[in-house]
Each structure stands twice: as structure tokens, then as C-alpha cells.
Design a protein around this ligand. Structure first.
Ligand code: ADP
Ligand code: MG
Length: 275
């Protein structure tokens, strides 16, 4: 049985990502049954470039300072031999990408009340980070987890704290499906670009496919920058469609912030009903 740092008992391998491996571990020091299971991300330091080591430290520091019910809880980070380790909350419900694929395979749809509830949780979490000048930068279904059917945003792998309004490091490279027009036009990543990604996520929840698809990377990019919005699936309401249209306004200056979306009448009344 492998035990890391004399404390974390490895239970199983969750998967491998860009940097390292994610393990499900049991924390020997946690008394609380429901929080015994945690995720340990093990990143071999030797494989990291110096600037990437900074990225990893940054990921840790960003998450440490965020405390929100819909953001994956950060517990600890440390160096263990050759590895940098990050301990976070375990989200037993898996990620939204898996959920979406499961629904698709079974021929099911996600009911509107569920989509709206998750959308509100996503908006509240994003509002919370943006209030603290933290951008996520990589919001996608693979980075959104479920725990007790509650949304938990994780993986601040390439997030950055906005140092000032002029700092919009625009070297964003990732999956193209969630990239905003302004990012593709090299106009810089900003809080509104996270809002765009939420629009893409909303569409994935209702249509069980990406909002912008194409035969090639260029095709996807063209649709994002120039193309019309994809068709809205019939079973979902016009109110929700209007929110979708707002999230995917191509001009970031006209696109609402997360808090503005939360104040739209439809979303505000849904929040009232959830209380
Ligand atoms: P990537 O996101 O690049 O695929 P990660 O190392 O972040 O790589 O994750 C590897 C696997 O572990 C993924 O399948 C992911 O869904 C899972 N995973 C990561 N973090 C958590 C978590 N907090 N709770 C549950 N599963 C997780
Ligand atoms: Mg990940």
C-alpha cells in the first residue's frame, strides 16, 4: 500500500493530465468520514520548466485563497521527493464531460430545472472569482465536477490573478471549443472571456454537444468569430435561450458579466425559487 507524506493512502488512480497524475487518496488525519477521501495531484517537478513550476505554485496559491461551495476546495500542497503534490476536495460525481457523454449514450436529456440550477451555481462561482480578480481561463466540461449533484469548478491550471486592468496575458492555448472571439483575435483574455465559456458550457448541457463544431480547427474558429449561434434544442425554454444568447455576445464589451447575468429577471426569479 502506497502512502504519500506519511498521511495520504493511495486508493486508486483517477487519471493523467497535462502535468501529472491524479490519485484518489484517503487522508489518515481527517476524522470526518465524509471528507476522508481527497484528490492528490502528483506533478513530477523534474518534468517542469522553471516557468511551469511557477504556474503550478500559482495554481496552488489561487485555489488556496478561494472558498466557495461551487469551487473545488484546496487543502494543501507540498513537495514530496521528486514531486509537487496538491491536495483537493474529491468530487465523487465526476466531471460534466463524462456526465454529458453518459446522457448522450443513454439517449437522455438533462431536464431544464437541472440545467438552470447548475448554470446558477456556475455563475455564482464565476462571480465570486471575478470579484477577487481571479480568472479561470480554462472553463470547460472537463474542469467542472459534481459532488452531491452540486457544481464544483476545479483545475485552475493556467489561471492567473489579474494584476491590473492592463494585464491581459493573451497567450492562451487550450481546446478551441470554449475560446471566445476576442481570444481568437488576440485581443486579450479578460473576465468576459470566462463568461463566454459559460455560454459554451450551457449549450453543451442542453444539446449534449459543443456549441461550435467543425471539420477543422479553422472551421471551429471561424464559427466562433463570424458564425451564427447554433440551433437551440426544442425542449428548453425561450427564457433560457435568451440567457444563452447574452453569454455568447461576440463583442466582450457588450457581453454581460457573471453578476449582470445573475440579475436578469429570469435567473433572479429562478434563484428566488431555489431558496
Ligand atoms: P486533466 O484535467 O488534464 O484531464 P487532471 O490531472 O486534472 O487532468 O485529472 C485527471 C483525471 O482525474 C480526470 O479524469 C479528472 O476528471 C479526475 N479528477 C481531477 N480532479 C478531480 C477531483 N477533484 N475530483 C474527482 N475527479 C477528479
Ligand atoms: Mg483537470
Amino acid at each position: 500500500k502506497r502512502v504519500i507524506a506519511n498521511r495520504y493512502e493511495v486508493k486508486k488512480r483517477l487519471g493523467h493530465g497535462n502535468y501529472g497524475t491524479a490519485w484518489l487518496v484517503q487522508d489518515r488525519r481527517t476524522k470526518d468520514e465524509k471528507d476522508k477521501l481527497k484528490v492528490l495531484k502528483e506533478i513530477p517537478v523534474g518534468e517542469l520548466q522553471p516557468d511551469e513550476t511557477l504556474d503550478v505554485k500559482h495554481e496552488a496559491d489561487l485555489q488556496r485563497n478561494l472558498d466557495h461551495p461551487s469551487i473545488v476546495k484546496f487543502y494543501d500542497c507540498f513537495v514530496d521527493g521528486e514531486n509537487f503534490c496538491i491536495i483537493t476536495e474529491y468530487c465523487e460525481g465526476g466531471d460534466l464531460d463524462v456526465k454529458i457523454h453518459e446522457c448522450k449514450k443513454k439517449g437522455q436529456v438533462i431536464p431544464e430545472y437541472q440545467v438552470v440550477e447548475w448554470l446558477i451555481q456556475l455563475l455564482l462561482a464565476v462571480q465570486y472569482m471575478h470579484d477577487r480578480r481571479v480568472l479561470h481561463r480554462d472553463l470547460k466540461s472537463r474542469n467542472v465536477f459534481l459532488r452531491n449533484n452540486m457544481i464544483k469548478i476545479g483545475d485552475f491550471g493556467i489561471s492567473r490573478i489579474l494584476m491590473g486592468t492592463t494585464d491581459m496575458a493573451s497567450t492562451f492555448i487550450g481546446t478551441p471549443f470554449y475560446m471566445s472571439p476576442e481570444v481568437l483575435k488576440h485581443e486579450g483574455y479578460n473576465a468576459k472571456s470566462d463568461v463566454w465559456s459559460l455560454g459554451c458550457l450551457l449549450y453543451e448541457l442542453v444539446a449534449l454537444k459543443h456549441a461550435f463544431e467543425g471539420q477543422s480547427l479553422m472551421g471551429v474558429m471561424y464559427k466562433i468569430v463570424e458564425g451564427d449561434l447554433p440551433e437551440w434544442p426544442k425542449p428548453y425554454s425561450q427564457n433560457l435561450q435568451e440567457v444563452f444568447h447574452k453569454l455568447l455576445i461576440k463583442d466582450p464589451a457588450k457581453r454581460p458579466s457573471a453578476s449582470e447575468v445573475l440579475k436578469t429577471p429570469f435567473i433572479a426569479s429562478e434563484i428566488e425559487q431555489l431558496k
